[in-house]
Design a protein around this ligand. Structure first.
Ligand code: HEM
Length: 215
């Protein structure tokens, strides 16, 4: 396994494995979003034409849904330790408005992920569970009663809207607000200055782990 480390002012933020899992989650989710819109909302049915036609997307949507959920579980396993809520996250949350307004110099340092990233991840994970459970019912509708089917429609819809909202915020922050994050999730590395500015405690933890391993 690749070691997370700092060298020549460059810090490894995501290993190749972590990036592959992230992009499987991201691309499968985008496919689910487009095919879901086509299947659920008639005004978007034209999307089906671009993606192989109605029967094709009806066949692939639930299968890609399983891929999405499986990759999301792997993501949770990979990052479970870094996603744990810590005492310093409470302090960070108090400064969330400063963070959103770009006044990061007054925001307390965060670990590998800040409290906002953690909450967004848990929201996406919860939405993933609801999408999976309601999705199985919609996949095999004849195996369930009418009430369960109708409830699943509503749950699938609401969970998809929540996941979509979280994704819009995630992309907005990761691609447009925090410069350098895109390189992190594509090339895997960030500059030391980026790590100091956005995830100061994480950098300190990396250095402490590095010096322990040299003892
Ligand atoms: C096209 C879609 C997506 C783009 C452009 C994107 C972009 C990014 C970027 C730039 C980062 C690095 C942030 C950092 O290290 O500070 C990141 C990390 C991450 N992504 Fe995505 N992502 C996408 C889809 C998704 C989806 C669908 C999920 C989960 C359902 C997801 C979950 C995460 C998580 C948990 C992290 C680490 C923590 C965080 O930065 O929020 N991403 N993504």
């Amino acid at each position: 396994m690749e070691q997370r480390r700092e060298r020549d002012g460059v810090v490894l933020r995501y290993t190749m494995g972590e990036r592959v899992v992230h992009w499987v989650v991201a691309l499968s989710f985008l496919y689910l979003l487009l095919t879901g819109l086509a299947l659920f909302y008639p005004p978007f049915y034209w999307l089906a034409g671009l993606l192989g036609g109605g029967p094709v997307i009806r066949y692939w949507h639930p299968i890609v849904g399983l891929v999405f959920f499986g990759a999301l579980v792997v993501m949770l396993l990979l990052w479970a330790r870094d996603m744990r809520l810590e005492r310093y996250d409470r302090e960070w949350l108090r400064h969330m408005v400063d963070y959103a307004a770009g006044r990061e110099e007054v925001v307390p340092p965060s670990g590998r992920f800040n409290a906002g990233q953690k909450f967004l991840f848990y929201l996406q994970f919860l939405a993933g569970i609801l999408l999976l459970l309601s999705g199985v019912v919609l996949w095999f509708p004849l195996s369930f009663g009418r009430l369960v089917r109708e409830a699943s429609f509503v749950v699938h819809d609401l969970a998809a809207i929540a996941a979509m909202g979280a994704l819009i915020l995630h992309i907005y922050m990761g691609v447009f607000v925090i410069r350098g994050s895109w390189e992190a999730i594509t090339r895997g590395t960030v500059s030391r200055r980026w790590a100091e500015a956005h995830h100061g405690l994480w950098l300190r933890q990396l250095r402490a782990a590095g010096s322990r391993s040299h003892e």
